[in-house]
Design a protein around this ligand. Sequence first.
Ligand code: ADP
Length: 545
Amino acid sequence: MSRSQTYQSEDMHDQLTILVGSAIQLLGSDAGVLVIATEAFDPQSNNDYVVYRLGQEGLAKLLQRGQEGLQPTSRHPLVIEIIEPEWASQILPQVDNAPTRELECCSLAIFDTAGPVGTLYFLRTVGERSCFERREGAADGHQAMSGNVSTEDVSVEASAALNMFIAHQAAALRCALKAQSLVKEQGRLASIFHHSIEGLLTVDSALRIIDFNPAMEKLIGWRESDVLGEFYFNVLRPRDRRGNELGLQDSPLLQAFSGQSVVNRDMIFTTRDGQPVEVRVTASCIRSARGEPLNGILTIHDITREREQEEQRSTFISVISHELQTPIAIIKGYASTLARAGDRLQPQALRPRLVAIEEEADRLNKLVANLLYASRIQANGLQMEASSLDLEPLIETVVRRLQARDAELRVSVEISPDLPAVVGDRERIEEVLQNLLDNAIKYSPQQVAVTIAARATSNEVIVSVSDAGMGISLRDQEQIFRRFRRIGDPLAQATPGAGLGLYICRAIVEAHGGRIWVESTLRQGSTFSFSLPREKQAHLPMVVF
Ligand code: ADP
């Protein structure tokens, strides 16, 4: 859509002013105003009058004077009143020596068979007459009113000429008002088209693109100027939901042209750089009076995000059901054995079963706690109870706890001397560290050796947990901090987890004003690091995901 169309309504108003100005001049006047009748007037416009050579104050006075006086009608279309010199000077201060002239205020009804178009109020020097009003004795039909009004009789020919003039003015004004309202309408449509968040594309009868809105540019990557006049099918390269190329006959606009309904049809378009984008399209057709297709309109809704959410929901259900089923099955298995043969079991056979039950119950407990944590983060964000925090003793506590759990675990700690304090919520930072260490152990099946390092930069402290485990590909590194994201490697799947740990870590670290990231090489190991602002730089935002 040509964007210049939006700016044309001002030009149209200028044209109305020229039209009104020439009518006023033909009536022997210098200045005036047309008050447009509400019936003829675009209800969405706030320009209900057209002013010609009047200042603000003059306009207000003339309107007041004109509208307080006798109103012209279709039987008596012209009313003339002599006005006092002081009024004249207020209305026309800028027009030569208005007070020295004796002025009259005239009102002319402009109407046609369809009804009133407006009333023209104008001022002119007494004695000045237009060719439509020459006085030639009494005549009916066209007579000025009485009261504080000069009574004028005009000839039958003059009356006919005046009526002709009014009819011409009415026709011209109706046309101009209609054009103005069409231009405004066009401007409104252009603005909707331009600002729509849905992609919009229109084509001519040969399916060549004539409009391509900014949402479309964003979605497909082409600029409007690149695709105008292009065959739409070649630009969008549509495919069906399964990715099979669509034939032209099955393309949405051709189907709409052939009278088929295309509403909310899911398909895939191809972006400028060849990427598929999932969309939901509605196509419609504008036809001529004879039913031939003139234009096609395609509305395109990007459903990538909806698809992602759907995928997330189904991942959530499968991950959670798997994570719940496994410990429940183990607990149930051991509990059944104990119920059947518990009193016959030796203590050395009993104990590992009880330990397994306890461990699986802990796993269930952790899963439920993480789910609650994640839903709290989503609902309310995270509020920290932060105070000055020395990370060295915190790291040592976590390491001691780990080693108490697994004596074979090799943990090296590398803390820079004079590590500055940070501002943090002790319990939550401990959770982050614990989570990263648990992962380092969980995802290092062969070699259980981890390193924790802490060092300071000029404005933050960085803590890293490194392992020599399975590693993470570059592509997966971008995903794993999102909810329920687990890497599709069978080993990762075999490892218990719901894909919530890193999501929670990220929420906690970011709520401290810090960052969390990973550097990793597949099959060589990973280093997860997080930063916390040093005590004096701390500023705690509340993070809502
Ligand atoms: P969970 O471990 O419960 O699945 P996390 O959010 O802690 O959830 O981790 C998300 C995914 O990131 C894991 O499923 C795993 O695939 C991967 N991951 C996390 N830490 C490591 C690590 N140290 N080494 C390799 N992969 C990891």
